[in-house]
Design a protein around this ligand. Structure first.
Ligand SMILES: [Zn+2]
Length: 78
C-alpha cells in the first residue's frame, strides 16, 4: 500500500543541469557527481541525501514520513 515516487529530477546548484535519477528504495544517495559540470553534490546540512537537497522529489523515507509513517530507516541515522 506504500507507493513511492521512485524518480527524482536532480538540479545541479552549480550549473543548473537537470537529470532524472531513479532513487534506491532501501538506501540513500549521499553523493552524486553532476553530469554537467562534474562537481560532487553533497546533501545540505540537515538533509539526508542529495534528493532531499536538490531533487524535485524527496527520498522514499521522507515521502513515507510525510505521509505520517515512521521513517526509521533513513540514511543510516539510527
Ligand atoms: Zn553541475
Amino acid at each position: 500500500m506504500s507507493k513511492f515516487i521512485g524518480e527524482s529530477e536532480l538540479i545541479c546548484p552549480e550549473c543548473g543541469y537537470k537529470e532524472t535519477l531513479t532513487m534506491p528504495l532501501d538506501a540513500c544517495l549521499w553523493f552524486h557527481e553532476c553530469t554537467g559540470c562534474h562537481i560532487l553534490l553533497k546533501p545540505k546540512t540537515g538533509d539526508c541525501c542529495v534528493f532531499c537537497s536538490y531533487g524535485s522529489v524527496s527520498c522514499p523515507p521522507i515521502q513515507l514520513q510525510n505521509k505520517g509513517g515512521v521513517a526509521d530507516v533513513c540514511c543510516g541515522k539510527t
